[in-house]
Design a protein around this ligand. Structure first.
Ligand code: ZN
Length: 190
């Protein structure tokens, strides 16, 4: 895992400092998985690693990998390459996640759901709900990064390549602000 953390730092997919997040909260860490996934060789390697790690926990071989768009699309594609099966994605239409573009799953088909980052499990749960009408059987969940520190329980086998605590604070409670530093917006740093 430390090797992967180094890779994330090297590619500026993991920034450390004092950040103002789009939520308005402050954090000492900022994650942007697109910064590692933009390298096709790295993306393939990460997908293979996650498929291998997740595969050890699964009762069956998945016949599809599903992820929520947009952040999960490349992850589903590369994990699917690792498993040798199709990688598909759900997307939001009229507020609800759904399979579109002719993507279909069969009743009872074993599938895994992946994401770039799992935080609360909310978007994975939305994908699980979106797949319910198909009758497909979700047998496991994976993410490149688990920023819940391992706390999210979806009642399914779950694997992540990196487990990370990413604390967030309101400006008033931010210890970094208390030390006198000013937060920066990720991406504005040069
Ligand atoms: Zn702060």
């Amino acid at each position: 895992m430390s090797e992967l953390l180094d890779l994330f730092r090297e590619r500026e997919a993991l920034l450390e400092g004092h950040f103002l997040l789009s939520s308005g909260l402050h954090s000492p860490r900022y994650l942007q998985c697109a910064r590692v996934l933009m390298d096709p060789v790295v993306a393939t390697r990460l997908g293979a690693l996650l498929a291998e790690k997740l595969g050890r926990l699964l009762p069956d071989v998945p016949s599809a990998v599903v992820a929520p768009a947009l952040g999960g699309v490349l992850v589903a594609h590369e994990v699917a390459r690792g498993f040798g099966c199709p990688g598909i994605f759900t997307e939001r239409t009229d507020g609800a996640m759904a399979l579109r573009r002719g993507f279909t799953l069969r009743e009872g088909e074993p599938v895994v759901v992946v994401e770039d980052v799992i935080t609360t499990g909310k978007s994975t749960r939305e994908v699980l709900a979106a797949l319910e009408p198909s009758g497909a059987k979700v047998i496991g969940v994976g993410s490149l990064v688990d920023r819940s520190g391992g706390a999210v329980d979806l009642g399914l086998p779950r694997a992540s390549l990196i487990t990370l605590e990413v604390p967030t604070w309101s400006a008033a409670e931010c210890p970094l602000c208390a030390q006198g530093s000013a937060p920066v917006k990720p991406g504005s740093r040069r």
